[in-house]
Design a protein around this ligand. Structure first.
Ligand code: GDP
Ligand code: MN
Length: 396
């Protein structure tokens, strides 16, 4: 589950990580109220207005702007709220902005006195350990740094049994070229950041930039936080943080129907039982010259109702030119799945893309007969390769 910047910052703050303070607002009027409140709490007289969408690169897309008085807060917030923000990380249509974070300006009195760093915490899958990844080259272009000057990116791997050790936090501060109070602040910052990452069961913290202010404080100016969905049951208070407006509409609907569905860019819809077989099916489609339109695991009980639900979800994607149903009948008998496909097909009435059904396992022969005799525009196959050939045939 991805969070908005303001939500991620709240979590950081609750673990003692210093943040750029801000208040979220849904309208230009609320933004002015938020700015006044912020001034009474922090004394700030300049503000930055930041679009809250699940995408980075907002600064480049015009979604982060400095406001030097309340009139500017109102004007800028009015412009940003309701806009479709296009950034290097969104589609060409952009993302609709529903709210802004009005934050204190922390770059005062001038950018020359401040320094921007990059700090993230994430899992290193090849070692199975969490690591802190960091760089002196913080700001808006970390992807370019990674490509062109990878030696400017450091990593610190953490032993899960002991957690982050003081010398590791000091090494981070040292490599970032800090001294004095900023050095001390940074060791505290990364230690608390790492603790927050572990205790919130996150899979990604990306803080870019981490700022050294002109008075040598270290704070998080941005926060990209991803919570591990599989751990959400331990954090019931985080469930409210989900903003489904930011998620794919089809994926949300599939989730409600209990289907494991991931939207992809291709033209062949897949309906498969079991995640492993679903992955293999996607490979098969690519081999046959197609591109999978989705990943879809209908689960163990592929009955008529589930097959119909899956059809509905797959057909919402206008790019789908063919559907490959690939089911292994182990617990569920193939003839029941076949009957399910036939019933669902008849119920839907308006399916006008070719369908290839490959059923293998218990009663596969009976299933093939059912499909072949159904009189529907459905092709059956029992072998993987046969199914692939038929996909190629219908796409040609
Ligand atoms: P992103 O572009 O989506 O990563 O959004 P960020 O939150 O990282 O903000 C983008 C940029 O806005 C930062 O890299 C800063 O340079 C700038 N910025 C953020 N907060 C302030 C602020 O308080 N004052 C000023 N002057 N600039 C800011
Ligand atoms: Mn950023």
């Amino acid at each position: 589950m991805n969070l908005h910047e303001y939500q991620g910052k709240e979590i950081l703050n609750s673990f003692g990580v210093r943040i750029q303070r801000g208040i979220v607002a849904k309208s230009a009027q609320d933004a002015v109220v938020a700015a006044k409140q912020l001034t009474s709490e922090t004394g700030t007289s300049w503000y930055v207005v930041k679009a809250q969408v699940h995408a980075g690169g907002r600064g480049k897309g015009g979604g982060v702007k400095l406001a030097k008085n309340l009139q500017e807060v109102e004007k800028i917030s009015g412009e940003i709220i309701g806009m479709d923000l296009v950034t290097p990380q969104t589609s060409a249509e952009g993302k609709r902005v529903h709210q802004v974070l009005v934050a204190e300006d922390v770059y005062y009195p001038g950018e020359s006195e401040t320094e921007e760093f990059y700090v993230s915490v994430l899992l290193n899958r090849s070692t199975g350990r969490n690591m802190i990844m960091y760089s002196t080259e913080g700001g808006m272009d970390i992807e370019t740094v990674a490509e062109e000057t990878p030696h400017l990116i450091f990593t610190e791997e953490i032993d899960p049994a002991v957690g982050i050790l003081p010398f590791q936090a000091r090494r981070v501060a040292f490599n970032l070229g800090l001294s004095g109070n900023a050095f001390k602040e940074m060791t505290k910052f990364v230690t608390n950041l790492y603790t927050a990452y572990v205790q919130s069961d996150s899979s990604l913290f990306e803080i870019n930039p981490v700022l050294k202010t002109s008075d040598n404080k270290i704070l998080a100016v941005d926060a990209k936080v991803t919570i591990d969905d599989n751990a959400l049951y331990r954090h019931k208070n985080y469930l409210d943080l989900r903003d489904i407006r930011e998620e794919s509409a089809i994926e949300v609907e599939a989730g409600k129907l209990g289907l494991n569905y991931v939207d992809l860019d291709g033209n062949v819809g897949c309906m498969v039982n079991g995640a492993g077989l679903a992955m293999a099916t996607m490979d098969l489609i690519k081999q046959a010259g197609g591109e999978p339109a989705n990943f879809l695991d209908v689960g163990g009980t592929a009955d008529a109702a589930r097959v119909e639900a899956a059809f509905k979800i797959i057909l919402k994607d206008p790019n789908v030119k063919a559907i490959l149903i690939n089911i292994f009948g182990g617990i569920v008998r193939c003839d029941r799945v076949a009957q399910g496909v036939i019933d669902a097909y008849k119920n839907m009435g308006n399916i006008n893309v070719p369908i290839i059904v490959r059923l293998q396992g218990t009663n596969a022969d009976v299933a093939k007969e059912l499909i072949d005799n159904s009189g529907l525009d459905v092709m059956s196959a029992t072998q993987f390769q046969e199914a692939a050939d038929k996909v190629q045939e219908v796409l040609a």
